[in-house]
Design a protein around this ligand. Structure first.
Ligand SMILES: NC(=O)c1ccc[n+]([C@@H]2O[C@H](COP(=O)([O-])OP(=O)(O)OC[C@H]3O[C@@H](n4cnc5c(N)ncnc54)[C@H](O)[C@@H]3O)[C@@H](O)[C@H]2O)c1
Ligand SMILES: CC(C)[C@@H](O)CC[C@@H](C)[C@H]1CC[C@H]2[C@@H]3[C@H](O)C=C4C[C@@H](O)CC[C@]4(C)[C@H]3CC[C@]12C
Length: 369
């Protein structure tokens, strides 16, 4: 991308561009990347809203493809200046097999890296996750941690294992020679729990509350804090990192960055109530209504039922041993590394993020009735 930015129009590829985060990255690029000449949106499932993007000045190319298919990835990457790789199987509910999670998240990422090397794409931004770090299987809290905080990252669940392995592949690929002789420059962004327009779990909580007459029941102590980050700010961090990766390759190449903004530290349930409360729901109980051991038993029962029913039907409730452990372990981030390295500042304030999310939940909820 050495030519003057004004003269040269760039080709970006977003994998997973029809997902919750991917859609916001696609729209953010169209709004805030003036060098964009072509935007390729690569996803296993293409959504109709892509068509409305094709009327603008930027050429938007929708590519239906599978990141586990190396030849499909190579065809999509060929000619791109930048790849933002968000495609992944975000499954902590047992919907997909461990093998499938690994195939998509690890082999898919390997295919993206090799496609960049083979076709000469120099810049790769990977959407990693907080779970690369934790919470670990020992339930150790990560309290206001940053990219340099020492923490025993021990995982057994297929999802965090796959994200950790994929992130390592991306960071180790930094500096590899790509076709044409230039070095590949990579970085990985680690969002904590993303919220905002399109967050299906938030929508599911809202609909569950509507079914229960407007009530949700506290399961996790309010003292267990979770860091959360607004999807628009995560998208902005991706766009900015992709833009600055060339200019600051020596500093950013091979680096990881937690995604952060001004969202408050609260328990997962109390944070969700920032949006579900204004939508009419109430969270019952200042303390968890059930003893923790009962939740552990119910989570284990859900896991057993999932295993027994799998030949007949997919049973994948929110509560399972892994989600209970994650929900019950403090994980909050406090860092300014992205600001120091590439000038990131959140684009959306907490108030704006909250309002946008409330409006979306209200619309999603009314469409459910
Ligand atoms: N949602 C969060 O809270 C969160 C937090 C941290 C990191 N992340 C990461 O962000 C990324 C996006 O997550 P999301 O929440 O938007 O999930 P999502 O499921 O909404 O989006 C993922 C997208 O990837 C696509 N995809 C899945 N498998 C594919 C394949 N084999 N080939 C091509 N496309 C495929 C899906 O169709 C979907 O559009 C993931 O890598 C995830 O690990 C998410
Ligand atoms: C049933 C109750 C115990 C309820 O409180 C469970 C909530 C549980 C479903 C969520 C609690 C924490 C969430 C995870 C966290 O926000 C970070 C994540 C990283 C990201 O890469 C993918 C999503 C997730 C694993 C997210 C999933 C839902 C929770 C486990």
């Amino acid at each position: 991308m050495a030519d003057s930015a004004q003269a040269q129009k760039l080709v970006y590829l977003v994998t997973g561009g029809c997902g919750f985060l991917g859609e916001h990255v696609v729209r953010m690029l169209l709004q805030r990347e003036p060098r964009l000449g072509e935007l390729r949106v690569f996803d296993r499932h293409l959504d109709p809203w892509l068509e409305e993007l094709k009327t603008g000045p930027v050429r938007v190319t929708a590519i239906q493809g599978d990141v586990t298919e190396a030849h499909e990835v190579a065809a999509a990457v060929a000619g791109a200046h930048v790849v933002i790789h968000t495609a992944g199987l975000v499954d902590v509910f047992g919907r997909a097999s461990p093998e499938t999670i690994h195939e998509v998240n690890v082999q898919g990422t390997r295919n993206v890296i090799e496609a960049c090397v083979q076709t000469g794409t120099q810049f790769l931004v990977y959407t990693s996750s907080m779970e690369v770090v934790g919470p670990n299987t020992k339930g150790h809290p990560f309290y206001r941690g940053n990219e340099d905080t020492l923490y025993e990252a021990v995982h057994r669940h297929p999802y965090p294992c796959s994200k950790a392995l994929a992130e390592r592949l991306v960071l180790e690929a930094n500096g590899r020679e790509v076709h044409g002789g230039l070095p590949l420059v990579t970085c990985a962004l680690r969002p904590t729990g993303i919220y905002g327009e399109g967050h299906q779990i938030m929508r599911d909580f809202y609909r569950q509350g509507l079914r229960l007459g407007g009530w949700l029941f506290r399961a996790i102590p309010a003292s267990v804090e979770h860091g959360r980050v607004y999807v628009g700010n995560v998208a902005w961090m991706h766009v900015l990192a992709a833009r600055e990766l060339e200019r600051r390759a020596a500093l950013m190449g091979g680096q990881v960055y937690f995604c952060y903004d001004g969202s408050p530290y609260k328990s997962y349930e109390d944070f969700n109530m920032e949006f579900l409360g204004p939508c009419g729901l109430q969270l019952v109980g200042a303390r968890p209504l059930l003893p923790y051991w009962v939740l552990v038993f119910l989570a284990a029962l859900n896991a057993l039922l999932q295993w027994l029913l799998r030949p007949l039907v997919l049973y994948a409730p929110l509560l399972n041993p892994y989600t209970l452990a994650v929900a019950n372990t403090t994980f909050t981030v406090s860092t300014d590394k992205a600001q120091r390295h590439f000038g990131y500042e959140p684009l959306f304030s907490w108030e704006d993020s909250r309002t946008r999310t409330i409006l979306w939940v209200q619309a999603a909820g009314s469409s459910a009735q």
